[in-house]
Structure formats: structure tokens, C-alpha cells
Design a protein around this ligand. Structure first.
Ligand code: GUN
Ligand code: FE
Length: 474
């Protein structure tokens, strides 16, 4: 039968694009057209007057069907999707519930019982669907998830991420030691379940956006044999991602010392068993020594900074500037449910505050240096996260060859929590001879600061992942 030949489709996004290729700096491109085909950025046309004109600029476009998505208006801009480098989807029902507990008590009282409950796939379906949608609605286009010890609940999570279109690393939690009777597994089960999930992703789900991550919960939950077997599995599969918790809480660190007396430090435990690689994501890293930071730097592992979680469980303050100064990769994690917010914008705002709390404790010239600026925090939320997840060649910047994972921010959306006064603009456009003193013209760094401090999901009006619209409140 004869089929009409379909022209390939190119979507041209037109408007203001803001991203952070360099720590602490914005790149702001107004009146710009970005062409996307099959999820990938094909061209970027700056100072573009007519986005439909791309057809004449690029000969091959003659054969393309071109759709223009025009948001070239005031107070709207495209920003790269946020990256959540550490989130426990299975703990979502517990968000906000931690009282005055600290890590080890919190795990026993709130966390293990909840994760165990998600063995029931009907509950897991509800919880996982909600947390993925909430994450996307907050502009998160990629997340590194911890599920539970259950392989079936983990496969369900992977399937749901694929259906909702979110880019994700999916980690079945591994724990064969010092875990409650009702929520533990044998070493053999843990490895077999991890393989089962990897095989499912590689052979059945077949969504390139969803990849496995080897997930030993943290050193105290894992036997030496399990740690070793997991690193071998990561190697055997060609260098998979690895994620775990490190140096979060003082009592946890003391416990690791008694459990692994042969290792010089908490970080050395992961080093000893082959779990420190350039694809390892280490959550928290609050109380590291200089030697531990050196090990992380040498192995090129990355740090997931979870400022809300570390404040809620009063774990401490991660010294982000100290890590960045050593060229260690740092991204942000919501760490639901030790962290109460599914929003990376909210998390980056907390990173900003925590850096000031560190500054207030310091005397001397370093005081100013440890403070993180707004553009630095937004870098951590995007490029920093992409580097930690070894995805920086694929996402987090608007550049040719990268995936189009983006959010459209509208500072003036209906019910926006941000007040941007347009009379402030209008007044400045009036004649110079007005009696009023000229106000500073609002410009992008100021508008971004307004979004950073008061914005929320009401400003994230559309979200695309790999060029596909996955969320819209317009
Ligand atoms: N350490 C071990 N498990 C966990 C967890 O679920 N959350 C946090 N924040 N720390 C942990
Ligand atoms: Fe965590």
C-alpha cells in the first residue's frame, strides 16, 4: 500500500533562554530561536527576528515540517530543567513528618516502615505517580531515585517514569545488614533483585531516558560481601551509576567506625569495596575530613548537597564552597522525605541560606567566600547536578547537540507568588523630565533573583523533556 511520505518535524522554540555554563554567571540570550528535532537541539539562532525564517537560513529545512512555539514576551524565559540528584520516591508520603528526630532514629521510626509498606504495588502506584508528577511540575527533568528493596516496586517506578516522560536513574535499595526483620534481604536476594531490575530496564522497558543505578543504601546497611558484589556488578555492566549516603550524621559516622574498623574513614569504606567511581553520587558529605575530600576528588565521584534534609534532621552543613574550590562535582538533592520539599528551586534557596549559616560561624577573610550567590545556586540546580550524574554532555545547557530538557518560567503567571510591578518599567519609559527620580531598570539578574527567592511551581508553566511537552499549566 502507498503511504504518504511524512516530512521530519522540527520544533522551533522562540524567546529568551537563560542558562549557567560557568559557575556564578548567567548566559542570557533574548530573541533567540532554538530548533529541536527528536529531542535534540539542532541549531540556535541568536538575534532572530523571524523564527519562521530559519527555513531560509538552513537549506535542509526545506524538507522539514516546522512548528514555532513563540514565547518571546516580557517576563517569560526558558531555563534548563532542574536535576534532583538524590530523592527517595518511596518516602514521599512521609514528607513533613520527622518531628525533632535525627537520622538513625528517623530511619527506624518513619522511614523503614513506610518503605516496607510499598511492597503493596497498589500503594506504590499511587505514591510513585504522585511524586513523579509533583517533581516534573516543579521543573525537575531528571532525578536519581531510590525506591525500596522490592524489585517489583522498583520496576513499577521505572515504568511510571517512562510513562510520565521523566529522565531518571532508578535504584533498587540494597540492604542485607542491621536492618529491621520486616525490611531486609539476604546478600543473594539483594544482588539477584538488582540484576532483575537492570535486565528489566535493558531488555523490556527500553527507554533510553531511564537508566539503572546501583544503590547500596549506606555502609551500615550493607555487608562487605554485598558492597563488593555490587561494585563488581556495576563494572560487569560497563560502569553503571552508583549512589549511596556518606557522612551525614555524627552518630552514623561513629557507627561506621565500629562496623568497619579496618577502614580509615567512612569514605574509605566505599573506596575499599570499589564503589567510588566517576559515576558515583554521594549524598550529604557533611562531615568529611581533608583526606576524605581528596579520595572523592581523586576518584571523580560527585556530591549531592541536600540542604533541606540536613537542616531538618539537624545533620549539619555541607561545606559546598570548600568542595567546589577542590573541583569536586556538586549538585542538589531534595532527599525526600528527610527533606520536605519536592522542589529543586526551594532546595537551591536553602543551599543559599545554609551557606550563609556557615559564613556566620566563620571568622576572618573566608567569611564572604563561603556564601553562595543566586547564579551559583542555580548552577548547582542544573549544570552541577548534570555533572554529578555524568550527564553534562547531554543535558542542562541550551547548546547544539544537547537534549532539550527545559522549563518555561512565567514571572507573571496567574497566581504567581512574585510581584513584578510593570509601572516600574512604564515609569522609566516616560519622558526624562518627570519629577520622580528614575528607578533602576529591572534587568534579568534582578528578575532571576525574584524568581529564586519567591518563585514556585506556579511560575513553571510548561516543562519539556527530550523535546516532549510533559507538563503545562497554561
Ligand atoms: N541514610 C540511610 N538511609 C537514608 C535515607 O533514607 N535518608 C537519608 N537522608 N539518609 C539515609
Ligand atoms: Fe537520602
Amino acid at each position: 500500500t502507498f503511504q504518504e511520505e511524512k516530512k521530519p518535524k522540527c520544533v522551533v522554540f522562540y524567546g529568551t533562554f537563560i542558562d549557567t555554563p560557568v559557575l556564578g554567571e548567567y548566559r542570557i540570550r533574548e530573541n533567540t530561536a532554538i530548533g529541536v528535532q527528536d529531542g535534540m537541539i539542532l541549531f540556535i539562532e541568536e538575534e532572530c527576528v523571524d523564527p519562521l525564517n530559519v527555513r531560509s537560513l538552513y537549506e535542509p529545512w526545506e524538507d522539514f515540517e516546522i512548528d514555532v512555539i513563540d514565547f518571546n514576551t516580557d517576563l517569560k524565559f526558558f531555563f534548563p530543567g532542574f536535576i534532583d540528584t538524590h530523592v527517595h520516591c518511596s518516602q514521599y508520603p512521609n514528607v513533613g513528618l520527622f518531628g525533632n528526630s535525627t537520622l538513625l532514629e528517623w530511619l527506624e521510626k518513619y522511614t523503614f516502615p513506610m518503605e516496607a509498606r510499598l511492597d503493596d504495588l497498589k500503594i506504590a502506584l499511587k505514591v510513585y505517580s504522585k511524586v513523579i508528577q509533583r517533581s516534573i511540575a516543579n521543573g525537575t527533568t531528571m532525578a536519581s531515585y531510590y525506591t525500596t528493596i522490592s524489585p517489583s516496586s522498583t520496576k513499577l517506578m521505572a515504568t511510571l517514569c517512562s510513562q510520565f516522560g521523566q529522565r531518571a536513574l532508578i535504584g533498587k535499595v540494597c540492604m542485607d545488614s542491621h536492618s529491621p526483620d520486616y525490611y531486609t534481604e539476604t546478600t543473594t536476594q539483594s544482588i539477584a533483585s538488582t540484576r532483575e531490575v537492570i535486565d528489566f530496564l535493558e531488555e523490556e522497558l527500553l527507554d533510553k531516558k531511564i537508566r539503572p543505578v546501583i544503590t547500596p543504601r549506606f555502609a551500615p546497611s550493607c555487608s562487605r560481601k554485598l558492597l563488593k558484589n555490587l561494585s563488581q556488578l556495576a563494572n560487569e555492566k560497563g560502569g553503571l551509576h552508583i549512589q549511596t549516603h556518606l557522612s551525614e550524621n555524627e552518630n552514623e559516622i561513629k557507627w561506621v567506625k565500629t562496623l568497619f574498623p579496618e577502614c580509615e574513614s567512612y569514605t574509605a569504606v566505599y573506596g575499599e569495596y570499589g564503589l567510588l567511581t566517576d559515576k558515583t553520587v554521594l549524598a550529604h558529605c557533611v562531615h568529611l575530613s581533608d583526606q576524605e575530600a581528596n579520595m572523592i576528588k581523586d576518584t571523580k565521584a560527585g556530591v549531592s548537597h541536600c540542604p533541606i534534609s540536613n537542616s531538618c534532621l539537624s545533620s549539619g552543613e555541607c561545606r559546598v564552597r570548600w568542595l567546589l574550590d577542590q573541583n569536586i562535582k556538586v549538585g542538589l538533592g531534595t532527599d525526600i522525605s528527610a527533606g520536605f520539599s519536592p522542589s529543586i528551586l526551594n532546595t537551591s534557596r536553602s543551599a543559599h541560606l545554609v551557606s550563609r549559616h556557615l559564613a556566620m560561624k566563620i571568622k576572618g577573610s573566608n567569611k564572604e567566600h563561603v556564601k553562595l550567590s543566586v547564579p551559583e545556586c542555580l548552577y548547582l540546580a542544573t549544570v552541577g547536578g548534570a555533572r554529578v550524574l555524568s550527564m553534562d554532555s547531554e543535558i542542562s545547557l541550551f547548546e547544539v547537540g544537547k537534549q532539550f530538557d527545559s522549563q518555561l518560567i512565567d514571572l507573571n503567571s496567574p497566581n504567581s507568588p512574585i510581584d513584578v510591578f510593570d509601572w516600574q518599567y512604564q515609569m522609566n519609559n516616560q519622558a526624562e523630565d518627570t519629577l520622580y527620580k528614575k528607578l533602576p531598570q529591572p534587568h534579568y539578574p534582578d528578575l532571576l533573583a525574584k524568581w529564586f527567592f519567591n518563585g514556585d511551581d506556579r511560575n513553571t508553566v510548561q516543562v519539556w523533556i527530550a523535546g516532549k511537552l510533559v507538563h503545562s499549566i497554561m
